[in-house]
Design a protein around this ligand. Structure first.
Ligand code: AMP
Ligand code: MN
Ligand code: MN
Ligand code: MN
Length: 287
């Protein structure tokens, strides 16, 4: 039997149910074609695509874990917590995610007003054309509108110039608390995982506090191999996983064939000395 770490698991990606451009069915097919052996769809703040994704994985003959990526505010920054292997019909998780999505429309209108002040008009309506789920209007949809209207060449440029802190289209937002997100996932029999830790602008002390509090609330995993980590970050967060006794996860964070630089399943394997998060979730995997 091959070691558990040598598994093409991709446990992080997005569909039209949040800010991806492919349907759950198209993602399942793409994952299968790319050699993915264990898959999870992790839409932002939403589990409405889970039954479709599980059925699509089954039709492809691919193992599946339920997934989501919850937006959290910690130490004044947005942190993402991935949940894996939870019961997709859990009422408290569904309600918590519904509440987390609630402020998005208001934020989007404020973003649009703020873009209008720098001469970009109709951004709310423009972004809406790209939205697949009316409860989930995201910065990514604004980015696609600004590319379509010729303001920027690609979505990365939009984020750099307009949609990040200090830029004209940025509107701060308060998401769920770390404790709530971890608790919703855990009480629904899932495992909470810190997503792409290399992407936050924390000091070493703040990062230590994030991992410490995450563990104290019952969090059990961290993404070590993700599409947005460098090789140095694979090494750094492998060490962090061991230091905090966390299991390791692996996921591309794929959003779109036109935008994502890491395709589904196209990642190095997890380092051999880590416990893969799917080992802890063996009885939650839908074969
Ligand atoms: P939101 O949840 O609406 O604040 O949007 C967050 C999403 O924006 C993330 O999940 C990414 O898909 C996308 N995003 C954030 N920063 C960037 C960036 N620098 N370049 C491209 N996409 C980004
Ligand atoms: Mn996203
Ligand atoms: Mn994320
Ligand atoms: Mn993501």
């Amino acid at each position: 039997m091959k070691p558990q770490n040598i598994l093409n698991a991709d446990l992080h990606c997005h569909s039209v149910v949040s800010d991806g451009t492919l349907t759950p069915e198209a993602l399942a097919e793409r994952a299968k074609n790319n050699g993915v052996e264990l898959w999870a769809l992790t839409d932002h703040d939403e589990i409405g695509g889970q039954h479709r994704a599980a059925a699509a994985a089954k039709a492809q003959g691919m193992a599946y874990l339920t997934g989501t990526e919850i937006s959290v505010t910690f130490a004044g920054e947005t942190v993402h917590i991935v949940g894996l292997g939870f019961d997709p019909d859990d009422a408290a998780l569904k309600q918590g995610l519904h509440n987390t999505r609630n402020g998005r429309e208001q934020r989007a209108m404020e973003m649009s007003d703020s873009l209008a002040k720098v001469g970009i008009h109709g951004a709310f309506e423009g972004a809406l054309k790209f939205v697949g789920n009316p409860e989930l209007i995201s910065r990514t949809h604004f980015a696609r509108f600004l590319v379509e209207s010729g303001v920027c060449k690609e979505t990365n440029e939009v984020f750099r110039k307009y949609l990040t802190e200090g830029k004209p289209g940025y509107v701060p937002h308060r998401w769920a608390t770390l404790k709530d997100a971890v608790t919703w996932i855990t009480q629904a029999q899932g495992i909470a995982v810190i997503a792409h830790p290399g992407r936050y602008n924390f000091s070493a002390n703040e990062e230590y506090a994030l991992f410490t509090e995450f563990k104290a609330h019952g969090g059990r995993g961290v993404e070590v191999v993700t599409g947005s980590h460098t090789k140095q970050e694979f090494v750094k967060y492998a060490e962090t996983a061991k230091e905090f006794g966390l299991a390791a996860s692996r996921g591309s964070d794929f959003h779109s064939p036109d935008e994502s630089h890491t395709d589904l399943g196209a990642l190095p394997f997890l380092p051999g000395d880590l416990t893969p998060v799917w080992e802890l979730l063996a009885d939650r995997i839908q074969a």
